[in-house]
Design a protein around this ligand. Structure first.
Ligand code: F6R
Length: 616
């Protein structure tokens, strides 16, 4: 949520800042702003998208060799121009500019104190206290780095910030605590951003700042101090990483939307995620880290913590872990778990699932589980340098590549692939997976990328359905067993990007209430793989049919179910056994995508949402 980019270089950095913001727009798109030092501190802000800001900047022909910029997902204060970052303090002898991602939890107390000290507030944001606090601290510590260090020591909450000040026109100070921020070291200058994608245009040499780091960026150098814990901040060295990401990975290429690109990338993303096992004859706990075997052997149950789509991946895994590994598996919505008083089991393995590894609720739930006495944790995550990966004892990195569309697609299917590997590993260590079964399951995984390719071929048929859906205001999604979470995921995708109200139910639950909603205007989507629950599901579909409901069924090639008036079927090329939920996700993603396309919504940046939910 919220994207930050900063640059100090030998040449005009305005195009770099704007391109960086454009790449970060998936993080928030309520409003955007830029502050530049060119003589004095100047800024331009708009409640529109980055494209609007670019237009304004170009009209004014803004140029500078140093600047900070921001794209916002509003937390405190409506998306209005006065709440748009950068925020300023001063106006007398000097001026401070701040951009911020995160939430300052003690902003009310700071606001009062700063107001008493004579600072005038002009926005409704929590960010403005940071600008005034730095201004106040500059009176005591005229060095900007020192003033920022003193200021962040007073901030509570999660944040990443970038700061400029008029009397220090050669430097940008950045700091992070609980929200991502990295430095980019270029040939002609130095940069900072919330995400590597913003900086690939200028450099591949990155430094991932750690919690409590404050860094000073100048044209020809940088220094980093750590302000963690009590005592004065100390200068620290941080490793420089060469990013392996290419510019193309964060560009749309021939696709109309990132979501479309990411749906079609799934065969490759899953193949990359499974690479270590595709040519193997057996599965090794080392996939999850060197300590995994030892930890898994002590594991007596599994507790999965996640949000949104990642939570749905956890729900599918519960079916796998219970039936294949014979372990109890609880799956909790992280934002709920963290405020409950659950009974902890020290030998339950806590598994945090997150695409971004930044989701505040998932991070907090994991810490909470640890504080309750859970000894071991595993992160399943798509971002190697993320807080989640650093926080957990064990890790498995999905290799989906950058996911930019706000609606998660390839992250989900790669999470499922990872969770299947976890299931098999646990099962094997518990003596529940024969060599023969292991080989069969590896063969099924090996085939999965091709099966996904086949699943994508239903697109033309799904498009035809999408035309009918786009007229509807509500939809029901039904599934049974391990396909119920897939129904939930299908409903989430549809509501997220097409704004059609959609709810998922386990099909057997329909008659206990939701059947009352069914009429000719309520499309009912059902997932009908050829599994042991098919006959039960068919009875549930009859209940809908008998009440005039319009059924849209995703079946397998050999599912014994026939088309009839009011019952439409799209058949998947094959039945994939335990991996079926992965394949059945694809048509639901395509359905949501094509319905949204019909409706003309902003598919990659749906209203009110943002990717990477770094606030509670
Ligand atoms: C839905 C979606 C969200 C995320 C959720 C968790 O399409 O993208 O529901 O799944 O915000 O995000 P991560 O996986 O980054 O923790």
């Amino acid at each position: 949520m919220c994207g930050i980019v900063g640059a100090v270089a030998q040449n005009n950095i305005v195009p770099t800042l704007l391109e960086g913001l454009h790449r970060l727009e998936y993080r928030g798109y309520d409003s955007a702003g830029i502050a530049l030092l060119n003589g004095g501190l100047n800024r331009l802000r708009t409640t529109g998208r980055v494209a609007e800001l670019s237009k304004l900047v170009n009209e004014r022909q803004f140029q500078s060799k140093i600047g900070i910029a921001h794209t916002r997902w509003a937390t405190h204060g409506a998306p209005s121009e006065r709440n748009t970052h950068p925020h300023f303090s001063g106006g007398g002898v000097s001026k401070v500019a701040v951009v911020h991602n995160g939430i300052i939890e003690n902003h009310e107390a700071l606001h009062q104190r700063l107001q008493d000290a004579g600072f005038e507030f002009v926005s409704d944001t929590d960010t403005e206290v940071i600008a005034h606090l730095i201004m106040l601290n500059l009176e005591k510590a005229p060095d900007l780095l020192e003033a920022v260090c003193r200021s962040v020591a007073e901030l509570q909450g999660a944040y990443a910030i970038a700061v400029m000040e008029e009397t220090h026109p050669d430097r940008i100070i950045v700091s992070r605590n609980g929200a991502p921020l990295l430095l980019g070291l270029g040939e002609d200058g130095n940069y900072a951003a919330s995400d590597v994608s913003a900086l690939l245009q200028v450099t591949k040499r990155m430094i991932y700042l750690e919690e409590g780091d404050v860094a000073e960026l100048r044209r020809d150098g940088y220094r980093i101090v750590s302000c963690l814990g009590a005592g004065p901040c100390k200068e620290v060295e941080r490793a420089v990483h060469e990013s392996k990401l290419t510019n193309e990975a964060v560009e749309m290429g021939p696709y109309a939307h990132f979501m479309q690109k990411e749906i079609f990338e799934q065969p490759g993303a899953v193949a990359n995620t499974l690479e270590m096992v595709l040519n193997a004859h057996s599965i090794s706990p080392r996939l999850f880290g060197s300590e995994a075997e030892n930890i898994f052997k002590q594991t007596k149950s599994i507790l999965i913590l996640a949000c949104g789509t990642s939570y749905h991946a956890g729900l599918v895994a519960r079916y796998w872990i219970e039936s294949v590994a014979g372990l109890t598996c609880n799956v909790e919505i992280a934002s709920e778990y963290r405020y409950r008083d659950p009974v902890s089991q020290s030998n339950a393995l806590v598994v945090g699932i997150s695409q971004s590894g930044e989701t505040a609720d998932t991070l907090a739930a994991l810490s909470y589980a640890k504080s309750l006495g859970h000894r071991h944790s595993l992160a399943i995550c798509n971002v190697a340098e993320s807080a989640l990966v650093r926080q957990a004892d064990l890790r498995f990195l999905t290799r989906a590549g950058p996911e930019i569309g706000v609606a998660s697609t390839k992250a989900f299917t790669t999470q499922l692939a990872a969770l299947m590997l976890l299931t098999m590993t646990l099962s094997k260590l518990r003596g529940k997976l024969s060599d023969e079964r292991e080989l069969e399951m590896i063969a099924a995984l090996r085939h999965l990328p091709v099966a996904l390719q086949h699943a994508l071929q239903v697109e033309t048929q799904v498009k035809a359905w999408a035309e009918r859906f786009s007229q509807k205001r509500h939809a029901l999604f039904l599934g049974r067993g391990m396909h119920y979470p897939i129904a939930m995921e299908g409903a989430l995708k549809l509501k997220e990007i097409s704004y059609i109200h959609a709810e998922a139910y386990p099909a057997g639950e329909l008659k206990h209430g939701p059947l009352a909603l069914v009429d000719k205007d309520m499309p009912v989507v059902a997932i009908a793989p050829n599994d042991a629950l098919l006959e039960k599901l068919k009875s549930n579909l009859q209940e809908v049919h008998a009440r005039g409901g319009e059924l849209y069924v995703f079946a397998d090639a050999d599912s014994r179910i026939q088309e009839s008036e009011g019952l439409h079927i799209i058949r998947m090329a094959e039945h994939a056994g335990l991996l079926s939920p992965i394949l059945h996700t694809v048509p639901l993603q395509l359905l949501a995508y094509h319905v949204a396309l019909q409706k003309g919504t902003d598919i990659d940046k749906p209203r009110n949402l943002a990717k990477s939910v770094t606030v509670e």
